[in-house]
Design a protein around this ligand. Structure first.
Ligand code: GLY
Ligand code: MN
Ligand code: MN
Length: 471
């Protein structure tokens, strides 16, 4: 099914070219309703408009990226573009044009439908015959609730534009090139930071999406537990593939590369090769999240005994992480410092490690002061969650890690302990054991809600849950 750049393999006769112009039905849809997200995207655009009065704001969705030769990675729009439009079309660009009343006029620049008359429909690389029907600009106006225009004319128009412009960089090289002499790295960075900060507090639509992402993810974890025998017969890939099936059927995809880490692979924090053996008697650390069709992701980890029963040592380490996570979750509430949950969880881990004699006779306060416990728990205890798994990553420190929690924020709480296989400072039987437990916690008016609570966390409950699924 090769389609050469300048036409079809083997050439095209005039008769075929003429033939292809005719005989197509009018498929324009006149009964489309706005997407459910439209009132929310309008409000988000208003907030952006208020922050940058008088400036032209350009937010691209991004373009396809080559995987190899003439194959591309699946397209996924920039989160900020999707957040502000509800649209997911490749090459789309949202432009907020300063308006006379001091606000902005928003326009989504998109590819229109393919023209049958000039052959674009079946001859061009962006033809609908090859890639599928697109919405017409009018259809998109109805769906998105904002004016739409042809994106192929945008770069030239931007080149001519006067006045202050800011662009979200990193997604569309063509648009950036068109704006080259009108933007500065500094003001674009300020723009990127504001967009990231806007997304810290989730609206109702977003919370519903995150809730669904967690529910679907829980079903994906159950799918995995049911096929652990097949994973034992093959590899960690069976686990990754099983979860991916759930993510593709119920959502858009996985929100990040699944970590399916069996046995000692659990001690590699970002184990995504997933090509190892799955063995009875060892633990499986599964860190995976379904991304919904509106692009909100869960980020959940469970560490489970592959044969359904923790050994006493596995349970001792698991219980320590469980206690640390419980302390971390309890510290999530409005008005708390963002760092509180991290400190609460780390403190429990340090206490446990000291009580197990891993620091000789050094006392807890000294270990804590020197941060020595971190040898076995290197990563932070959590992060904001939303459209990006590490959401709001460009937000300023004072509004994120040095900030205060507010109702509507969503974050992960995910302590872990990891004893590397070659760590001679721990008893031999600890080596190769890694445990992480991760849940997605919504800050509410009076505390928090664990959105991933339908998956058991406590060791006995994990064993009972696994036994029931495999009965
Ligand atoms: N799965 C990536 C993380 O937990 O942050
Ligand atoms: Mn995770
Ligand atoms: Mn995480």
């Amino acid at each position: 099914m090769e389609q050469r750049k300048n036409g079809l393999t083997g050439g095209v006769s005039d008769a075929l070219a003429e033939n292809m112009k005719q005989g197509w039905a009018d498929t324009e849809r006149h009964d489309l309703e706005p997407i459910a997200q439209a009132p929310h995207t309008a409000r988000r655009r208003s907030a952006l408009s208020a922050r940058f009065p008088g400036e032209r704001l350009v937010i691209p969705a991004g373009n396809l990226k080559i995987r190899a030769n003439d194959t591309d990675y699946p397209f996924r729009p920039s989160s900020d573009y999707a957040y502000l439009t509800g649209d997911q079309t490749q090459d789309g660009v949202l432009v907020l044009e300063p308006a006379a009343d001091g606000g902005h006029l928003a326009t989504a620049y998109l590819l229109p439908r393919s023209d049958r008359e000039n052959g674009e429909f079946w001859l061009s690389g962006q033809g609908e015959l090859w890639d599928g029907r697109r919405n017409s600009l009018t259809e998109n106006e109805r769906l998105l609730g904002l004016p739409c225009a042809d994106v192929r004319e945008l770069a030239a128009a931007l080149k001519e534009a006067t006045g202050r412009v800011r662009v979200l960089r990193g997604y569309d090289a063509g648009i950036e090139a068109a704006l080259n002499d009108k933007v500065t790295a500094e003001s674009d960075e300020e723009f990127r930071v504001f967009l990231s900060e806007m997304r810290r507090v989730k609206d109702e639509f977003e919370i519903a999406e995150l809730r669904y992402a967690c529910e679907s993810t829980a079903r994906g974890f159950e799918d995995v537990v049911k096929v652990l025998d097949k994973a034992e017969a093959t590899s960690e890939r069976y686990i990754e593939g099983t979860f991916f099936l759930r993510a593709r059927v119920e959502g858009n995809a996985v929100g990040y590369s699944t970590i399916a880490a069996a046995g000692p692979h659990a001690t590699t924090i970002h184990w995504v090769r997933n090509d190892g053996a799955v063995r009875s008697g060892e633990l499986l650390l599964l860190d995976a999240g379904v991304e919904t069709r509106n692009l909100y992701t869960a980020d959940v980890t469970r560490t489970v005994p592959i044969d359904g029963r923790f050994t006493p040592l596995q349970r001792k380490i698991y219980d320590a992480v469980y206690e640390a996570q419980s302390a971390g979750i309890a510290a999530v509430k409005p008005g708390a410092e963002y760092r509180d949950f991290h400190i609460a969880a780390q403190r429990v881990l340090a206490e446990k490690l000291v009580s197990w004699g891993l620091f000789g006779d050094m006392d807890l306060e000294k270990v804590w002061e020197l941060g020595l416990h971190r040898r076995w728990t290197m990563h932070g205890t959590g992060h904001m969650l939303g459209m990006d798994v590490h959401d709001c990553a460009a937000a300023r420190t004072e509004l994120y890690v040095n900030g205060t929690l507010e109702a509507g924020m969503c974050l992960t709480v995910e302590p872990g302990l990891y004893f590397q296989e070659d760590d001679l400072t721990v008893p031999e039987e600890y080596r190769g054991i890694g445990v992480r437990i991760e849940d997605d916690i919504l800050v509410t008016e009076d505390g928090n809600e664990n959105l991933s609570a339908s998956l058991p966390r406590q060791a006995d409950e994990i064993e009972a849950w696994m036994a029931a699924l495999r009965a």
